[in-house]
Structure formats: structure tokens, C-alpha cells
Design a protein around this ligand. Structure first.
Ligand SMILES: [Cu+2]
Length: 268
């Protein structure tokens, strides 16, 4: 849950670096603070965020925070290598909000790793036993790993891998964990840039779904099997696995699951 701080200050350094993006594949990525996705920010309605963006890359970059409503002209401008800007916004509405580089071509800057999430808690947010966050991303490899993703492949929207939190199948190798009868909340953001997400956890039924600003399911006799999210949409699901086992977290668009948008929740 969000801290008591009402002002959040953060430096975000744009770096172009090399990273292992999948087993056996190291390629150039464009990052906020060296990681893909960038850091998760969290706060409450009314909080102020003061972000200093510093471009330490080799080309122009920028940032767009969906978590604040601001005229784009100044704060979302592209800055050149060596430049910096300050981007201040107040969180007026709850949500899991995307941020991303908005320099053209945006599809390539996002695919190369320049995306992240800001969580603004709804005021009535219940306490749960465990919370996780899953951000879906896409990679489009070309023949030259040093060049990063291949712009033509990005345009075809035919990804090499689809990831949760930047790396395909990472939660099959290192599963999420929980104990029986714990209430689990998973925040989910689809960072795109191009593909939909049909978020499902095999063997569970969601009893609570919050999607783009409101509860679409809470209490009552109904359940949900999926949280559907187009690019830049976000929400959360809650469920309570009652028995030990291996529950698969999956984009139920199966071709994307089979390219990496799949993981395991281990309940024991
Ligand atoms: Cu960029």
C-alpha cells in the first residue's frame, strides 16, 4: 500500500544499455534507471510527484505520465542527450497508470523498454495478504541485437517474445509464491505497445476485479475469469486459492502466452 508521503521525488535516468532480455539473448535496451520496466511509483490521491528526467542516452527521449493530467507541450517534450527536465503532476484519480517515452516512433521506444507504472491507490483499497504487479511488454528482435528491437517487426506487431515485467517466462523459472487461503491481489498493466492482454490465472476465479478506475466486480455471487486490457489499460484482480498447487498466470491469448506471457504462482 502507498506510504504516508504526500510528495514523491525521483530522478529518472534514461540510459541505453545492454541487457539479457531472454535466455541466450543479450540486446540493447532503452531504460528508465537501467531497468525494464522502469521503477514502480506508488501514492495516494492528492499526492504530488516531482520527477527529474535526465537523458544520458545517445538520442532524444521523453516521458509521458498518464497518472497526471497536464498539458503535454512542455513536460512531455523530447530532450536531447545531456539535457534534463522536471515533470510535476498531482495524482487526482486512482489507477494503475502507464508511463512511457513519447518520442517518435513511440512503438520502438516502448518496445525497447521505456515503460513503467504508477499506482495510485483507490481510497477504499482493502488490505490483502500478498500483492504482485504484472506489466506486459513486447519485444521484436531483429538480426542485430546491438540495434535493439527491429522497427519493421514492431510495425508488423508480430513479437518475438511477450513478457511479464520485461523477461519471457521469468515466473516459470522463479514462481510467485503464496500460501493456501491467502488473498492475493495482482495489479496488471498492459504496456504494449501493440497487443491486447487477456489476464487469467489457471485454477482460480477472480472474486474482485478493478478495471480502469472502478470495481467491475466486488462481492455478490458472480466471478470473473479474465481481466481484459488493451495497451495502456490497467487494473487489478483478487482471488483466494484454497489448495496447494501450481497456478499458471497467463495471457489467455495463447499465442502470446506461448511466446513468454506466462508464469507460475506456487501455492504451498
Ligand atoms: Cu525514448
Amino acid at each position: 500500500q502507498a506510504s504516508d508521503d504526500s510528495v514523491h521525488r525521483l530522478d529518472l535516468l534514461v540510459e541505453e544499455t545492454e541487457k539479457e532480455v531472454a535466455p541466450g539473448r543479450t540486446q540493447t535496451v532503452w531504460t528508465f534507471n537501467g531497468q525494464t520496466p522502469g521503477p514502480v511509483l506508488r501514492g495516494k490521491i492528492g499526492d504530488t510527484f516531482i520527477i527529474t528526467l535526465k537523458n544520458e542516452g545517445s538520442m532524444g527521449h521523453s516521458i509521458d505520465f498518464h497518472a497526471g493530467d497536464r498539458s503535454p507541450d512542455d513536460v512531455m517534450r523530447t530532450i536531447e542527450p545531456g539535457e534534463s527536465l522536471t515533470y510535476e503532476f498531482t495524482a487526482n484519480r486512482s489507477g494503475i497508470w502507464m508511463y512511457h517515452c513519447s518520442t517518435s516512433p513511440m512503438s520502438l521506444h516502448i518496445a525497447n523498454g521505456m515503460f513503467g507504472a504508477v499506482i495510485i491507490d483507490p481510497p477504499d483499497l482493502d488490505r490483502v495478504d500478498r500483492e504482485y504487479i504484472m506489466i506486459q511488454g513486447e519485444q521484436y528482435w531483429g538480426s542485430d541485437p546491438e540495434a535493439g528491437n527491429d522497427p519493421d517487426a514492431v510495425n508488423r506487431a508480430d513479437p518475438s517474445v511477450v513478457t511479464f515485467n520485461g523477461y519471457p517466462f521469468q515466473y516459470e523459472h522463479a514462481p510467485l509464491s503464496a500460501q493456501p487461503d491467502e488473498r492475493i491481489r495482482i495489479w496488471v498493466l498492459n504496456a504494449g505497445p501493440n497487443l491486447p492482454l487477456s489476464f487469467h490465472v489457471v485454477g482460480t476465479q477472480f472474486d474482485t476485479v478493478w478495471n480502469e478506475g472502478s470495481y467491475v466486480l466486488k462481492g455478490g455471487s458472480g466471478g470473473a475469469q479474465v481481466l481484459p486490457l488493451l495497451p495502456a489499460e490497467g487494473g487489478f484482480v483478487e482471488f483466494v486459492p484454497t489448495a496447494a498447487g501450481h497456478y499458471t498466470i497467463v495471457n489467455h491469448m495463447m499465442s502470446y502466452a506461448e511466446r513468454g506471457a506466462r508464469g507460475t504462482l506456487e501455492v504451498e
